[in-house]
Ligand binder design. Sequence first.
Ligand SMILES: [Zn+2]
Length: 383
Amino acid sequence: MFFKDIPGKSAEKKYLIATVQEDRLAHAQLFLGRSGTGQLAFALAFTSYLLCKNRSDDDSCGTCSACLKTHKHIHPDVHFSYPVVKMDGKQRKDVTSNDFLPQWRKSISSNPYLDMNTWLDSLSVDNGQANINVKECVEIVKKLGLKTFEAEHKVLIMWMPEYLRNEGNRLLKLIEEPTDNTIIILVAEKQEEILNTILSRVQLLKISPFSDEEISNYLTTELNVAASEIDQITGLASGDLNAAIHLANQDNANYSDALFQWLRIAYKMEPVELGQWVIEVSRWGRENQKNFLEYGLHFFREYLFSLITGKDNIRLSPDEKETASKMTKLLDVSKTENIISVLNDCIGAVERNANPKILFLADSLTIGRIMRNANIDKNIYLV
Ligand SMILES: [Zn+2]
């Protein structure tokens, strides 16, 4: 990963480059930012820069013997640690990051802005009880105790230390008094879920969300997204580059069809049809479910805006506007607000790994009732 691959964020790049050039390296660092802000991309670009044998003023060279390995995530002095899940043929307590290294390299090569949902989806895990376990911590201490193989530094990139739980205390000594030439980079999204004992021992680098302009530049130059779609994707992603990448790879028209199909099925409440729809959606994977729900939120927010203001200068396609105009007989302001609230809660439940069949069945029933009745208390029907 090069620094130049990360859109914008020149202040963060300058700061990290200066710490290498001026030899001001902190041994334990925390790169913190909300989902899709590029903290892992920064950890990868920084590691390549640190180990590069021919670095320039602003990036790694990409061609020296170290870069050939760091850019493919196969350098023997760069260790990765990340939450993993159960694996066939092994007891859960014996599974460590190494068991999933091929999948990890593939995932971060194709999308270094990934979040937990993207990672778990790539492992085809339905309801992964992901964590970083005791055995992993023991192995980290062992690995970082070894001499370096090729480089001057050993680097540990730990993605999502939020999943360490109390096991993290086993790493405190290492973080406080690292072995020679060791750099530990923790890459996290939620500061409040990291052990305080760890937080107090690391140097913090906060990374801000991408601006709309940075995201739209990335969509144009890296993903060749059509100009007509840029505004909608950028608006939906709201600073989350991982979400933008997924939205760019999805056909929004499909989400639109799926949303209207859902509303029809929820309204009719025909049990067999509803059951089939719930099974289909539960197979989509969390990332896709979340993007679908985000699309639904976007649609209903725009619809609500046009209902309240009576204006039609909303960010919907002509087809979506036509459907929206047909809905006005069925969905008034209050019902629309209730549906928005159900979709918001549903996104939260998907993020918390709720069982998708139970979740989408319950929310279909709730949305069906909202559409049929003027006044209901939606909380009665929520899981
Ligand atoms: Zn190099």
